[in-house]
Design a protein around this ligand. Structure first.
Ligand code: AMP
Ligand code: ZN
Length: 462
């Protein structure tokens, strides 16, 4: 069955049919690296990770590009308030962002281009838009896209013609639908930009945010590719403007499918820096909650529904992961001599759900009901060894999509072992042989053998 997703462009569920068989080309708008990302941002990157992992599960190759916006209004403003260079600010937050992505087990993109690496290409594209009369220069040397030159302007956000105000201009990178008008492709240098300026035929300046993504996506994926993603707040103006620029540049289709994730909210409002109602990943990990529980929380609500974030939800997620981990341990412990009933893994139910617009809640429901049956068979010593092995393989297979059961597991185990080994060492030093032996036994019951060597205690799996 093909995977169907909601295409914002057509407002319909559409099957993903790759332009090149077997390879899906996908662009996801990356972070603006002016500050630490919050978990609202991470929710969008998480739904994109689910989409990518499920495509990989289905056997596609995925060529994935995510940009890093390292020059725009916000990065320049932040550099000024911090009295640092834009380069230092954006390097620092790019590093933190990539660390957070790794901590959350989000698969890295194949390419992570920074906007500042592509400024000559942006200038070339703007030149073409001027030649094709889709853009014009203002007195101060800025270049604006003329929305009246592209009759389909507003096709993604479904703007009415009367909402457009051609000839009027908006200079900011971000603005609301009510302000739909000609937007900046190139911004002439002004004193508040400091030394953030690049040469161009129109004098020194810097690119507008929207042209950055049009140029970087096309550079890596070609003019016509499969999927373009972002959060719902990207629909207007960012993606609307990207479509206008790209279509006018190449006269070919741009991205086939536009997929947008709903917001993560707190007390009914979008989590955002400007409202001050945000948590970073670090804030949550500081509460002694593990990253896989954050991952599960961000994943488990279907991507087109708002997710109301609470710490309670993260704790519930941890319980859900623990149950699946317990399932794995119990399945591993089924002896090879065990005879009993056979149980089919719920591949079909999982795939039917995920094929239906990534219905992860449905897929998880199928997995937990299978787990419940497995536990009850094992409680009665009535699950065959063959079924236990098949079930373990299925759990691993599903976890290539969810990335929570086997992720971070080894390190948890190691931490627990280290604590036990240290406690035993302390008991030995205090000549409390009884306690030291009890800990050795406890470790043995976990399948760990410890040996005291002249250089310290070492452990191995028994
Ligand atoms: P930014 O760094 O502001 O460009 O945002 C990076 C990504 O995070 C974009 O795709 C936004 O749509 C997304 N985003 C921002 N706030 C939220 C939120 N509260 N919930 C989900 N996604 C968000
Ligand atoms: Zn973008």
């Amino acid at each position: 069955m093909p995977l169907k997703v909601f295409n914002t462009l057509s407002r319909k569920l559409e099957a993903i049919r790759p332009i090149n068989p077997k390879e899906i080309r996908m662009y996801t708008c990356g972070p603006t690296v002016y500050d630490t990302a919050h978990i609202g941002n991470m929710r969008t990157f998480m739904f994109e990770d689910l989409l990518k992992r499920y495509l990989l599960y289905k056997g596609f190759q995925v060529l994935h590009v995510m940009n890093i916006t390292d020059v725009d209004d916000r990065t320049i403003e932040r550099a000024q308030t911090e009295n640092q260079s834009r380069e230092d600010i954006t390097d620092q937050y790019t590093r933190l962002f990539l660390e957070d992505m790794e901590t959350l087990n989000i698969l890295p993109a194949d390419h992570l281009p920074r906007a500042t690496e592509f400024i000559p290409q942006m200038v070339e594209s703007i030149k073409i838009l001027i030649e094709k009369r889709h853009a014009y220069q203002t007195d101060e040397g800025s270049i604006y896209f003329d929305v009246s030159s592209y009759p389909d302007y507003g096709c993604l956000a479904r703007l009415d013609a009367e909402e457009l105000r051609p000839g009027e201009r908006v200079a900011d990178d971000s603005y609301e639908k009510e302000e739909a008008r000609d937007f900046a492709l190139w911004k002439a240098h002004k004193p508040s930009d400091g030394d953030n300026a690049w040469p161009s035929p129109w004098g020194k300046g810097r690119p507008g945010w929207h042209i950055e993504c049009s140029v970087m996506s096309t550079h890596f994926l070609g003019e016509h590719f499969d999927i373009h993603c972002g959060g719902v707040d990207n629909i207007f103006p960012h993606h609307e403007n990207e479509i206008a620029q790209s279509k006018c540049l190449s006269d070919t289709p741009f991205a086939n499918l536009w997929i947008h994730g709903e917001h993560l909210i707190v007390d009914g409002r979008k989590m955002s820096k400007s409202l001050g109602n945000y948590y970073t990943l670090r804030d949550i990990l500081d509460e002694k909650l593990p990253p896989e529980a954050v991952r599960y929380t961000l994943l488990a609500t279907n991507y087109r529904q708002k997710l109301n974030f609470t710490f309670e939800k993260v704790r519930e997620s941890q319980k859900a992961i623990n149950r699946l981990r317990e399932l794995a341990r119990r399945l591993e412990a089924v002896p090879s001599s065990q005879e009993g009933s056979d149980m089919e893994p719920p591949d079909r139910a999982v795939e039917i759900s995920l094929d239906d617009d990534l219905n992860i809640a449905g897929a998880l429901g199928a997995i937990f009901s299978w787990a419940k049956d497995l536990f009850s068979y094992m409680d009665n010593d009535n699950l065959s060894y063959a079924s236990a092995q098949t079930s373990l393989k299925a759990l691993r297979r599903y976890d290539t999509i969810f990335g929570v059961v086997y992720f971070n597991l080894e390190s948890d185990l190691e931490q627990e072992l280290k604590a036990l080994i240290m406690a035993r060492e302390q008991a030995r030093q205090a000549h409390d042989w009884e306690k030291a032996d009890a800990i050795r036994e406890e470790l043995r019951s976990k399948g760990i053998i410890i040996e005291d060597t002249p250089t310290g205690t070492v452990w191995k799996k028994g």
